[in-house]
Design a protein around this ligand. Structure first.
Ligand code: BGP
Length: 493
């Protein structure tokens, strides 16, 4: 094993997203947001979307979620006890501007996040704030259609500007759009990423029916997000030179299933499209050379895209990000050979890799894939990297001794942290690691509570039953040690 050492000031912590843990969906003036109209589901039953609004007597997991809105002091105290250096959370735009384009912001929303950030600092925790994590005021979707409407750029930049001003001195690490590349996943990406609404009762699933999707709207919507992000970077720097703004990509390592050169080319193509289409615009300020070929292949209007790229050339170049952040859960494999068995996956499905085990939700566990990803991305961009999501969704049950033993989670993270160490040894500039779902929360893909990631258990089930009390799992003490020793001691008996 390489003799690695985590850099001083490494940002150990945990990550969350407002719509998956905050609750208080209509509290204190908050407006409805797109996730507030997505019903619960399971691994076998897709979540159903009700685009016109909230239906009576219907369970929507985001409405209460784990009610961080009313438990934040208790939760942040637990993060502090674990020794977090960093806590990733998102701001819901609909809490600040209930309709998105309101003349004045909602003071209660501004105050809520200020209290949360102040609470973090009491424990020496740096907030890492995502400005848009699968969230978009529903009123904006109804009025403007979604991110493909140019008007949204300024509406959103005004919101970002307000956040930078209001939280100056409290927040210095920012992310613009969560997993922006998921916007390219037909259907899922349109609704979650771009605020483009599907037909009534649409079932949210990867690879599900997406006949309603208009690729021109999708790709234009993504472009407008790049522009908004670039403008936000410039404003953040102008307001406070201490600000560091990153992009956030759903990290995907795709291997060729065989050494057939056709498989290698296919895997290379997947790697580019999944990771570098968005990464290049954020980090280099321009589309990669092969973007045109991709637009043609996907049936996107090339002239429209070239005009947009020309229109915004300067903005994109002047607004490149300070660091590259990403989520990493698993790797995939791809092949041109039709007989390979299909594997389940989050956004990126592929074929089953016989060398890897999978989680209960079919996500292929691959710690070395994280090392591969870190080294590949650092080679390409040479800017600081940060892992802002990684973790294991599992069914946790209380044992007879009254404790939630989750050695599988410790094992998963331990192996991933080791691979991070290898990448650091190889020279990768890694800023931090915020594991996903440090406290149990609602799953984005399935809407379940049963798919738990946390060091902290929350008493709530898939149907919304439970008293919401919090309890430490076994992994809590393990991660405490990891944070305290700056990753030098990741052992566990
Ligand atoms: C990422 C999202 C998160 C989170 C995570 C785990 O794609 O950014 O919001 O949910 O995946 O996925 P899931 O909740 O579906 O298990």
């Amino acid at each position: 094993m390489a003799d690695y050492k985590f850099p001083e000031g490494f940002l150990w912590g945990g990550a969350t997203a407002a719509n998956q843990f905050e609750g208080g969906y209509d509290a204190d003036g908050k407006g409805l947001s797109v996730p507030d109209i997505i019903m619960g589901g399971t691994v076998d039953t897709p979540r159903v979307v009700t685009p016109k609004g909230v239906r009576p007597n219907t369970y929507y997991p985001s409405h209460e979620a784990i009610d961080f809105y009313h438990h934040y002091k208790e939760d942040i105290a637990l993060f502090g006890e674990m020794g977090f250096k960093c806590f990733r959370l998102s701001i819901q735009m609909s809490r600040i501007f209930p309709n998105g384009d309101d003349a004045t912001p909602c003071q209660a929303g501004i105050d809520f996040y200020r209290s949360v950030f102040e609470e973090c600092h009491k424990y020496g925790i740096e907030p890492l704030v995502t400005l848009s994590h699968y969230e978009f005021p529903l009123a904006l979707s109804h009025k403007y259609g979604g991110w493909d409407n140019d008007a949204i750029i300024d509406i959103w930049v005004r919101y970002a500007d307000l956040c930078f001003r209001e939280y100056k001195g409290l927040v210095k690490y920012w992310l613009t759009f969560n997993e922006i590349n998921c916007g390219m996943t037909p259907g899922f990406g349109d609704i979650y990423g771009l605020g483009i609404l599907p037909p009534d009762d649409w079932a949210l699933s990867f690879g599900g029916d997406s006949d309603w999707v208009d690729v021109n709207r999708t790709f234009k919507g993504l472009h407008n997000q790049f522009v908004a992000s670039a403008k936000a970077v410039q404003i953040a720097h102008a307001i406070d030179p201490e600000n560091m703004v990153g992009c956030m990509i759903a990290g995907n390592a795709t291997y060729p299933f065989t050494c057939d050169p056709a498989d290698v080319i296919k895997a290379q193509k997947a790697t580019r499209e999944n990771n570098f289409y968005c990464g290049d615009v954020h980090v280099r300020g321009e589309y990669p050379a092969w973007a045109k070929a991709l637009w043609i292949e996907r049936g996107v209007d090339v002239e429209m895209m070239e005009d947009l790229a020309d229109r915004d050339e300067e903005t994109l170049l002047d607004g490149v990000v300070d660091f590259y952040s990403f989520s990493y859960y698993m790797s995939g494999a791809t092949t041109t050979h039709a007989d390979a068995a299909a594997a389940a996956g989050n956004v990126f499905s592929g074929v089953k890799n016989p060398y890897l085990e999978a989680s209960d939700w079919g996500w292929q566990i691959d710690p070395q894939g994280l090392r591969w990803y870190l080294e590949e991305v650092y080679d390409r961009y040479q800017i600081p990297l940060m892992i802002v999501e990684n973790g294991l969704g599992a069914v946790d049950e209380k044992a007879e001794d009254g404790i939630f033993h989750d050695p599988y989670r410790i094992d998963y993270m331990k192996k991933h942290i080791e691979e991070m160490g290898h990448a650091i040894y190889d020279g990768v500039d890694l800023m931090g690691y915020t594991m996903w779902g440090c406290i149990d929360l609602v799953s984005a893909s399935t809407g379940e509570m049963k798919k738990r990631y946390g060091f902290i258990y929350v008493d709530k089930d898939n149907d919304g039953n439970g008293d919401l009390h919090r309890e430490k799992k076994e992994s809590f003490d393990w991660y405490k040690k990891v944070c305290e020793t700056n990753g030098a001691d990741i052992s566990w008996e």
